[in-house]
Design a binder for this molecule. Structure first.
Ligand SMILES: *Cc1c(COP(=O)(O)O)cnc(C)c1O
Length: 403
């Protein structure tokens, strides 16, 4: 998945343009910038690539989620439904606004289970936030039907699935709003950065203002602009945007390479009796940043994960225990360990996460291994890795599946 594997002349050229003018900010200084508007250029190119009308660049994927929620009017006491398997940014962005995260189970797509979502809806629910983890997607048609029925926002976190598609549409462009991250380990990176896409003009205006202290960005005298709403500073710098512009031009090459490497690994594991694969919703195409598979039991999966590490197969992740991506690892959230007082809406409404029943999620996560797909491997290296993985896993499963 990582764009950090592939820096080159494209990024250097855009960064040098910025350094030569010395204008490191995305707004203003029109006379000094030698015509370079990297953030604006990135926004136009990204909106087009994602088949969306509007794009707002921001400082990170986490701020993209915050800005997206804020732009649609989500605020104190509003409930936002999110999955148990995600990155901590999901609840961070929700709670930042005084809104309340409602955690629900995942299914064999490793994303929100639509039935669990519907069961969690209350009169305070405002938004459903599926997270397209590890390169593949939630069942967006089912979630959209639920959102339409209950008049809820659908906000896609596509930070880990950029370039994947659902029924021909880029992930992130299907819901009311979509969010992306360009942090250092994502498919394309600009060091730190993120983006919100939408086809809703009002949300795009709100996002533009909110991420820059409420500035209306009308005219060319920043100091004299009006501030229709309260905002914050979630701006991206022109330097980061310049790196991103270079990376964006290579996104489709990265995706093609990922698919090639993923396919080699998948073909090898298809041969192993007892290995099954994460379900991709009908009409979906992954972005191939991870190969995600299940083994028959939690115990065997833990054994296999350990054996893969011992055999020198790196970058295979077991999220279920001691990991930042699953609720088991979020003690600080479960106990609401906050530096300051937590808004009363959150304190009053949040689930008792220490005692909530997420056994349906456990049943999938306990059996999941995600193998990172890198683009820098040679074909011979991927072949070797793939046969090693198949060999190690077969050995672990041998006792169960020999007869
Ligand atoms: C990386 C990531 C984010 C947050 O992005 P940052 O740019 O690191 O803030 C949010 N959601 C998911 C699923 C991610 O993987």
């Amino acid at each position: 998945m990582p764009g950090f594997e592939a820096f080159g002349e494209e990024e250097k050229k855009h960064v040098n343009d910025v350094l030569e003018s010395g204008v490191l900010m995305r707004y203003g200084f029109d006379g000094m910038r030698n015509g370079h508007w990297k953030a604006k250029e990135f926004e136009a190119a990204f909106a087009q690539r994602m088949q969306s009308q509007y794009c707002q660049l921001v400082s990170s994927g986490t701020s993209a989620l915050t800005v997206a929620l804020a732009s649609a009017g989500v605020g104190a006491g509003d409930e936002v439904i999110m999955p148990t398997f995600t990155f901590v940014a999901s609840f961070e962005s929700i709670m930042m606004l005084g809104a309340v995260p409602v955690l629900v189970d995942i299914d064999d797509t490793l994303t929100l289970d639509p039935a669990a979502v519907e069961a969690a809806i209350t009169d305070k629910t405002r938004c459903v936030m599926p997270v397209h983890m590890c390169g593949s997607m939630a069942d967006l048609d089912a979630l959209k039907a639920i959102c339409d029925k209950h008049n809820l926002l659908l906000l896609e976190d596509a930070c880990q699935a950029i370039g994947g598609t659902y029924k021909g549409q880029p992930l992130g462009s299907y819901g009311d709003l979509g969010c992306f991250s360009f942090d250092f380990v994502k498919t394309i990176t600009c060091g730190e950065g993120g983006a919100v896409i939408t086809n809703n003009e009002q949300y795009s205006i709100n996002a533009d203002q909110y991420q820059d202290h409420g500035h209306d960005h009308v005219g060319n005298d920043r100091g004299a602009e009006t501030h229709p709403v309260l905002g914050y500073n979630f701006r991206i710098s022109e330097l980061n945007a310049a790196v991103g512009l270079g990376q964006l031009s290579k996104l489709d090459t990265f995706l093609a390479k990922q698919k090639e490497h993923y396919t080699i690994m998948r073909n090898a594991l298809e041969q192993v009796n007892g290995v099954t694969f994460r379900r991709v919703p009908e009409g979906g195409e992954e972005n191939y940043s991870f190969l995600n598979f299940f083994l028959p039991t939690t115990e065997l999966t833990q054994k296999a994960h350990k054996a893969l590490g011992e055999a020198g197969v790196d970058a295979c992740f077991y999220w279920y225990t001691n990991n930042w991506h699953y609720i088991n690892g979020w003690e600080h959230l479960r106990n609401l360990n906050s530096l300051g007082r937590v808004p009363s809406e959150i304190r009053n409404q949040i689930q008792d996460l220490n005692n909530a029943d997420f056994s349906a999620s456990d049943a999938w996560m306990g059996r999941t291994i995600s193998a990172l797909v890198k683009i820098g491997w040679t074909e011979a290296e991927v072949q070797q890795r793939a046969s090693k993985m198949a060999e190690v896993i077969s050995e672990v499963l041998k006792t169960e599946y020999s007869l």
